[in-house]
Design a protein around this ligand. Structure first.
Ligand code: ARG
Length: 726
């Protein structure tokens, strides 16, 4: 009996370990949040987390490229980030002969490092500019007008801190839906070189089948280095540049982790909308997500067909394919989880309570500011909903064909030409831009897949979008090819587009560039197609979307202001939605129960990789050398002694989202223990609703990262540079 009781107590305590909601501003940590971090296992002072005067953790965290996070791991500017963050740079550095994407790559000395087009940004400081911003929009009631003025205000405030020579610029982030404004000041470095990457079979092990899921065995890391001029300033690529001496770098710990250990994640989460309304969720679940998923499904199918046939095509399409596939699965899973969690119904209840409160508030305080918010939301969504599908079909369908997307970028050229002066400065500029953009487009264009996509999306738009919204004239051009409900019709038509467009024909393009006219452009079949849809949307539906969007922002502002008024204690514990500004999230390494009857361990190991391994498979293949080493259990100093195995990945309770990819997972002492690279399927609704029981962050263990670099890649030079802590 006593024993039973004891295990009951244990069970309860396991179940009360909750995931840790909150993406906090590291520079504005409240006492309560900091105290909680300490309670969970943090050993560092606030000053060590973020300081303006001394070097601190934040100085080791960077914006990597355009949408990821990275961290500095040596005193010579060495960077760790995810493989999927370095993916595009790795694919661009690869050729069929030197296929680094497929085979991996390591620089054994600095001369072998490869130039990229990437940038990295360091955060220098932040400033609360709420008062300055609000002063500039004071008294402007009209939200459209206010939105415009806000941009001017941002510009005039950031101009004051800009210092081009030193790569310094400010960016203002609206927090709590335009209730607070914070300026982050960054320094941007432009000489970033590829230092190492595992083969794709490791970096993307499990592919899209395993993506967004636990248990996971992906070695999702890549290695770069940031360079500066001799005097340490940001500079364009130059072989005389020197590795940057960072203000701080993260020591790398190979001591290993246990279930329950403290875990902290710094980084740049891109977007959340935790105060999304039931109306927004309904639109998403009923229209936006299923439309996006269906269209991406089709595009992915056509791309994949060609990628498996030819390594050159695979290299061309790989990066786009990965990006499309990533959010195809995300949005599919998001809707499934929102439905599972009854998020719509929960939001409705919350909104009803808010509505009741707002009436009380008006009665008691004479402030009617919040009273109409919910009703206005309803009207606003009702007005926009009939066109929502059209917008997704344009962006994900019509413009999902690379040819069509490029053609649509020529609309400004047509406008310039139609003014009649083919020699005007405007025309010249547009022509130059078009010529350069075409060259880039052609580098990545795969005609067979695009041809199928074009036919597919043209038909989908016809069959799925309300006929009153179609660019009807355009379908009259397709009608001669056959029945508009028949696939074959669109196939014949698309083939004609591809054969005849000047965009894919150097001779015709040159002739056009030499004597450009608006009518020549309009008569081009690819341009005629793309521009018909884009113009139709821009003229009739884009203004409706802008109105919808501005109204939503306005309502969001008052909704959140009301929520904060209603409960000032709760408000003091609120964190702003993610918006790609630096955040810190804290939690623990933690196992979980995804479904009834299933327990998920907090780590995965080499044993599991071998179980998933399928020789020759597109997603589950492995380098032969890895299989050999794993079979021999040759894990070197990276072995996990408790499991007598190599730990591959682990999960934590942290609150992160897209943009955090590549983020450092940091232990209680400020050491790097892993790289965050994904979220779990059971909590894919996390952008809107964070689930305390099911939410997990998926991280690659830094011991596996170092094992790959050292044992598999033979890049001892990097291990010597990193000097892991044992
Ligand atoms: N789901 C990951 C993220 O968004 C990206 C993983 C990339 N891998 C892939 N198979 N597409 O951060």
């Amino acid at each position: 009996m006593k024993k039973l009781l004891l295990s009951l107590v244990l069970l309860v305590s396991i179940n009360t370990v909750k995931a840790d909601e909150g993406m906090w501003l590291p520079m504005l940590l409240g006492k309560q949040v900091y105290d909680n971090m300490v309670k969970k296992g943090l050993k560092l002072t606030k000053e060590q987390l973020y300081s303006i005067n001394k070097s601190s953790l934040k100085d080791a965290i960077i914006i990597f490229g355009r949408g990821c996070t990275g961290e500095i791991v040596s005193n010579q500017g060495l960077i760790f980030t995810n493989h999927h963050c370095g993916y595009d740079a790795i694919a661009s550095a690869s050729s069929v002969q030197n296929n680094y994407l497929r085979d991996g790559f390591y620089a054994f000395n600095k001369d072998q490092e490869i130039k990229t087009e990437l940038t990295v940004q360091f955060l220098l400081r932040i400033e609360d500019v709420t008062k300055q911003v609000q002063d500039k929009v004071k008294g402007i009631e009209d939200w459209t007008e206010r939105t415009k003025k806000l941009q001017d205000a941002y510009k005039s405030i950031t101009e004051k801190v800009a210092d081009k020579e030193n790569g310094i610029s400010g960016r203002i982030y609206s927090m709590f839906k335009d209730n607070q404004y914070i300026m982050y000041v960054y320094q941007t470095y432009k000489d970033v070189r590829l230092v190492g990457t595992p083969p794709e079979s490791i970096g993307k092990f499990g592919g899209d089948t395993d993506n967004w899921e636990w248990p996971r065995h992906t070695g999702d890391f890549s290695v770069f280095r940031v360079y500066a001029s001799k005097d340490g300033k940001p500079a364009e690529y130059n072989k005389d540049n020197q590795p940057l001496k960072p203000k701080h770098f993260l020591p790398v710990s190979i001591k290993g982790i246990k279930d329950g250990d403290y875990a902290m994640i710094y980084g740049y989460p891109g977007s959340t909308n935790r105060y999304e309304t039931s109306y927004g969720i309904k639109l998403k679940n009923d229209i936006e997500n299923p439309s996006l998923v269906a269209l991406r499904d089709m595009r992915l199918k056509y791309m994949h067909e060609q990628m498996v046939k030819d390594p050159a095509v695979k290299l061309k399409l790989a990066s786009d394919y990965a990006g499309i596939a990533n959010y195809w699965k995300f949005f599919d899973g998001e809707t499934k989880q929102l439905i599972k969690f009854n998020t719509y119904e929960q939001k409705q209840k919350y909104e009803n309570d808010f509505q009741k409160w707002s009436v009380e508030w008006a009665k008691n305080k004479g402030n009617r500011e919040f009273m109409g918010v919910m009703g206005d939301y309803q009207t606003n969504y009702e007005t926009w909903t009939p066109y929502a599908k059209h917008r997704v079909y344009l962006r994900e369908g019509i413009l999902g064909s690379p040819l069509s997307a490029f053609a649509s970028s020529l609309v400004p050229l047509e406008m310039a030409l139609s003014k009649g002066d083919a020699n005007s400065a405007e025309v010249k500029k547009a022509l130059e831009a078009a010529d350069a953009a075409r060259a880039t487009f052609l580098e990545n264009e795969d005609i067979p897949s695009d041809n199928n996509i074009l036919a597919g999306v043209a038909k989908a738009f016809y069959t799925d979008i309300d006929e009153t919204q179609r660019p009807q004239d355009y379908y009259e051009k397709i009608a001669p090819y056959g029945d508009l409900y028949d696939d074959a019709t669109y196939k014949k038509w698309a083939l004609d587009v591809f054969v005849n467009t000047m965009i894919l024909n150097d001779e015709k393009w040159k002739a056009f560039m030499a004597a450009p006219t608006a009518s020549a452009l309009s008569n081009d079949p690819a341009y005629a197609f793309a521009s018909a849809f884009v113009k139709n949307y821009n003229e009739k539906y884009a203004p409706l979307f802008t109105t919808f969007n501005n109204k939503n922002n306005e309502l969001g502002h008052f909704y959140l202001k009301g929520i904060m008024q209603r409960d000032s204690v709760a408000a003091s514990k609120m964190y702003p939605d993610a918006n790609f500004s630096m955040r810190v999230s804290y939690g623990n390494v933690k196992s979980y129960k995804p479904r009834d009857g299933i327990f998920c361990d907090y780590i995965t190991t080499a044993k599991g990789i071998l179980e998933k391994y399928k020789p020759g498979d597109y997603e589950f293949d492995l380098p032969n050398k890895q299989v050999e080493l794993f079979k021999k259990k040759d894990f070197g100093q990276y072995i996990d002694k408790n499991r007598n195995d190599l730990v591959i990945a682990f999960i934590t309770t942290n609150d992160i989202t897209g943009g955090n990819s590549g983020s450092p997972v940091i232990d209680g002492n400020g050491n790097l223990i892993g790289l965050a690279f994904d979220g779990n399927y059971e909590a894919l609704s996390h952008k809107i609703a964070f689930d305390k029981d099911l939410n997990r962050t998926i991280c690659v263990d830094v011991r596996y990262v170092l094992w790959c670099i050292d044992k598999l890649g033979g890049a001892k030079n990097l291990i010597d540079e990193i000097k892991p802590i044992k």
